[in-house]
Design a protein around this ligand. Structure first.
Ligand code: NAP
Length: 251
């Protein structure tokens, strides 16, 4: 029987997977949380919005006769990933994560690791500095305790509400970014410190390469823990799993 996979998306990897599925003549649906106003166009049908927790996802899997789930969400989308593990186990639908390796510090990098957003906020309790705050739109309000800094924010969409920062600049842009572009951006704003999630992947690494070239310190937010699940690194591996071995559960 032809598989009918659900791809949990919102990443470059999910888009690449949808292209691979479509080119292989497979059907499927990609799901977005609905965080950005204009999601990247997809070669597969898409749905937008939360499912309504584990129960809602379970219902969706059953109602739409989903045969497989591919969790290609961002490594920091821990709630969606946890819900997928629980709903798939309950529905007996095979699940695989399409994940990207975390970034590792190399020669010349000056990274300080913090475990989460709260850790980054605490690490910013220091004298005023010019900070590139690359944590996405959803977590900006949490940085309100440190209003002494200038913040450079690069966002896909403008914030829905006024930001708490007295000194900040918003640059609206969507990756992938280049090292030369990020070097120019950081120099133009005289950035002294970068705060980044450890997202992994190629498209968002440019700011870290630029920070290395400029000798800038980086506060690196480590990834949240994810539940044990089967994982693939490439769309090809996911296609093989769908075609040959996607009927057994496990990690
Ligand atoms: P999250 O905290 O794990 O998810 C919160 C809730 O949003 C989930 O419980 C679910 O609602 C809904 N949701 C998340 N991803 C969804 C998807 N692909 N399809 C349908 N509903 C989804 O996730 P998040 O950190 O807010 O990220 C939201 C989306 O943005 C994800 O798709 C992720 O891939 C993408 N993204 C996140 C980051 C990041 O840094 N977190 C960066 C880039 C892209 P219900 O419980 O109602 O189902």
């Amino acid at each position: 029987m032809n598989p009918n996979p659900l791809v949990l998306g919102g990443t470059t990897e999910a888009t690449a997977l949808c292209l691979a599925l479509s080119e292989a003549g497979l059907r499927g649906t990609i799901s977005f949380a609905g965080r950005v106003s204009r999601p990247v166009r997809q070669p597969l049908p898409q749905r937008v919005g939360g499912f309504g927790g584990v129960e809602g996802l379970l219902r969706y899997l059953k109602d739409h006769h989903i045969s497989h789930v591919i969790d290609a969400t961002h490594p920091f989308a821990a709630e969606m990933s946890a819900n997928a593990v629980l709903a798939c186990a309950e529905a007996d639908v095979p699940l695989i994560a399409l994940s990207r390796a975390p970034w590792c510090a190399g020669p010349g990098d000056k990274w300080t690791h913090v475990p989460d957003i709260a850790g980054a906020v605490a690490a910013l309790d220091r004298p005023a500095s010019r900070v590139m705050l690359a944590v996405g739109r959803m977590h900006l309000a949490e940085f309100a305790p440190n209003l002494q800094h200038f913040y450079l924010l690069r966002l896909i969409d403008a914030p829905d509400a006024a930001l708490p920062f007295p000194s900040c600049q918003i640059v609206q842009d969507r990756g992938p970014f280049t090292t030369s572009g990020d070097l120019a951006l950081m120099q133009a704003h005289r950035i002294e410190l970068v705060v980044s999630k450890n997202s992994g992947g190629a498209g968002a690494f440019a700011k870290l390469a630029a920070a290395r070239q400029l000798g800038l310190p980086v506060i690196m937010i480590d990834r949240p823990a994810q539940p044990a699940r089967r994982a693939a690194q490439t769309p090809r591996e996911v296609l093989d799993w769908l075609n040959h071995s996607g009927t057994a559960r496990g990690v």
